[in-house]
Design a protein around this ligand. Structure first.
Ligand SMILES: [Zn+2]
Length: 154
């Protein structure tokens, strides 16, 4: 009897999990879309196959002008230049995003548990959020430079 109860509870737990996860996965794949026809293979790999660019490869690492960083796929405004900082990691890094710019998901790849974030508008993968940022948020948004377009303030 005890065994049966345990099995039942386990089953209940599993179905609860799938109820929670299923709508998210459906929603997630539904929002993922290629909008910019000029995306390169490398950009598509990062944005839609969760790949990562080589560190220190992005010219945006050295971008220090005032302005905004937009999603290269859909053009959504994601970061303000005042949130950018030099993390020394080799990827453009930000202490915070603009409100509602991203949706997050837990990524268990490479034996790590990381928070992965995606453009809320087009679903494109941009990077990971870490808890070692220097600002008041304590966050570090580690973004692939190839996913961003910088538009200087005019
Ligand atoms: Zn986007």
């Amino acid at each position: 009897m005890k065994n049966f109860r345990r099995k039942f509870l386990k089953l209940l737990g599993l179905s609860y999990l799938s109820v929670v996860l299923l709508p998210y996965n459906l929603l997630y794949s539904a929002t993922k879309k290629i909008i910019n026809p000029k995306l390169t293979e490398e950009q598509k790999k990062i944005m839609f196959n969760e790949s990562t660019e080589r560190p220190f490869s992005s010219p945006l690492n050295n971008e220090k002008r005032k302005g905004f960083f937009h999603c290269v796929n859909c053009g959504a405004k994601l970061f303000a230049s005042n949130a950018k900082f030099d993390s020394g990691t080799g990827w453009p890094s930000f202490t915070e995003s603009l409100p509602g710019a991203f949706k997050t998901k837990i990524d268990y790849s490479f034996g790590m548990r990381r928070i992965e974030y995606h453009c809320a508008n087009c679903g494109a993968h941009h990077g990971h959020i870490f808890d070692d940022g220097p600002g008041s948020t304590g966050k570090r948004f580690c973004n692939n430079g190839l996913c961003l377009i910088f538009k200087p303030e005019s």
